[in-house]
Ligand binder design. Structure first.
Ligand code: SF4
Length: 411
């Protein structure tokens, strides 16, 4: 059961309540470089990003926000650290939401009140974005505890229990994060401003999970989920899926951002995969493919990756299977909307549970994408399957007789 939070609106996107869990990302361009920033946001929009955040480190970045907003189609969020004047300018520029960090907002409450009054006047939403790193920086007690924990981990205090010490440290930090968020919320509420959501991010999965759980028990403001500085594509995806998965499975979370050291466009498919896996959103392609093994006689890995790459812009819910052999291939392909079940240098194409034809391996890509396109609305079908078909070949020729991969074209 999803926890019922109050609903806020960020531009035309509802967050919280019974609204779908919204997927967002953040640009990596210099915001003042309007052309590059807008181009990146357009790429994000194409793969399903529903809200976008841009960094506003200096006034040069703040003053171009209206120009960026004019050229994009999704709500724009300004990410502010330290200087409240940047938030005030961003709000003046017409952004939809401002993110502030309680751990580093200069002049704390005084600055927050200025920002809240401006946001209220223009009906701009706000994220109170607590980050364990910046909370720790102002928390002397937490710093001391970390030192003690390190000493214990080094074996200096032999009777200590490192796991227990880490748990205590985590609980303490999570509590500090929640307390800070609630303090900022109470200041907002005193000004009758409630257009808020909250994040409690940490690069340590269990700290973030603990903080979100504690907050969720004590407040009904919507939650923006994230594991901050999660890492590169693989590590970051796994940590995000774990942390957010634990929370989402508990019904906690109203919007999310997967943070990766990768192009932001790569964050969006990961976010949707997390939500699809928990049956919380069904946008886009649910992909089923086998890892392949010593039975396989087609290049499943090559074909599956190429098919998946070409379907990233599809928003219509559809299930596609690419399977290596007769062990599980026909079953999974039958269950999918479109399936490929590999055989010896050829494959059977399934559509809506029925085998429709058998094609050689140099036509796998064309055959699968043609069937997928036939199930999509016209504007998406055009993206997937161009007029005249697909001439390119995915994968290599793989044969057990020879025990090796051979490029199909040299066969
Ligand atoms: S479907 Fe066939 S090729 Fe793929 S992993 Fe299973 S047994 Fe191996």
């Amino acid at each position: 059961m999803r926890k019922k939070t109050r609903q806020i609106h960020v531009g035309n996107v509802a967050i919280g309540g019974d609204a779908p869990i919204a997927v967002q990302s953040m640009t990596t361009t210099y915001t003042r470089d309007v052309a590059s920033t807008v181009a990146q946001i357009h790429r994000l929009e194409e793969v399903g990003c529903e809200l976008v955040r841009v960094a506003v480190p200096e006034m040069e970045d703040a003053v171009v926000l209206s120009e960026i907003k004019r050229q994009i189609h999704i709500p724009l969020i300004a990410d502010i650290h330290y200087n409240p004047l940047l938030a005030l300018e961003a709000i003046k520029q017409g952004i939809d939401k401002v993110r502030i960090n309680p751990g580093n907002l200069l002049q704390g409450r005084k600055s927050l009140e200025q920002i809240v009054l401006a946001a209220k006047e223009r009906d701009v939403a706000m994220r109170i974005g607590v980050n364990s790193g910046s909370i720790d920086a102002i928390d002397k007690v937490a710093q001391m505890q970390r030192v003690q924990v390190r000493l214990r981990d080094d074996g200096t205090l032999e009777r200590s229990d490192p796991a227990e010490a880490r748990r205590k440290e985590r609980d303490h930090l999570a509590e500090r994060m929640v307390t800070k968020a609630l303090e900022y919320i109470s200041w907002c509420e005193e000004l009758d401003y409630h257009n808020l959501d909250v994040s409690l991010k940490s690069s340590t999965v269990l700290t973030a999970v603990e903080a979100y759980r504690r907050f969720s028990e004590r407040s009904d403001y919507p939650l923006h989920l994230g594991i901050t500085e999660a890492g590169t594509l693989v590590a970051g995806s796994v940590k995000s899926a774990l942390g957010m998965g634990l929370l989402l499975a508990d019904g906690i979370g109203d919007t999310l951002r997967v943070s990766l050291s990768a192009e932001p466009e790569e964050e969006i498919p990961v976010a949707y995969e997390i939500l699809r896996s928990l049956e919380l959103r069904n946008r886009g392609v649910t992909f089923v493919s086998c890892p392949s093994c010593g039975r396989v006689e087609i290049d499943v890995v090559g074909v599956a990756n190429e098919v998946e790459k070409r379907l990233t812009k599809v928003q219509t819910p559809i299930q596609v299977a690419v399977m290596g052999c007769v062990v599980n291939g026909p079953g999974e392909s039958r269950d999918a909307d479109v399936g490929l079940a590999g055989g010896k240098g050829k494959g059977v194409i399934f559509r809506k549970g029925e085998p429709v034809r058998t094609v050689p391996e140099d036509q796998f890509l064309d055959a699968v994408l043609k069937e997928v396109a036939s199930l999509l609305p016209e504007h998406e079908a055009r993206l997937v399957y161009p007029e005249g078909g697909i001439k390119e070949i995915a994968g290599t020729h793989r044969t057990r007789d020879e025990g090796r991969n051979i490029p199909i074209l040299q066969k």
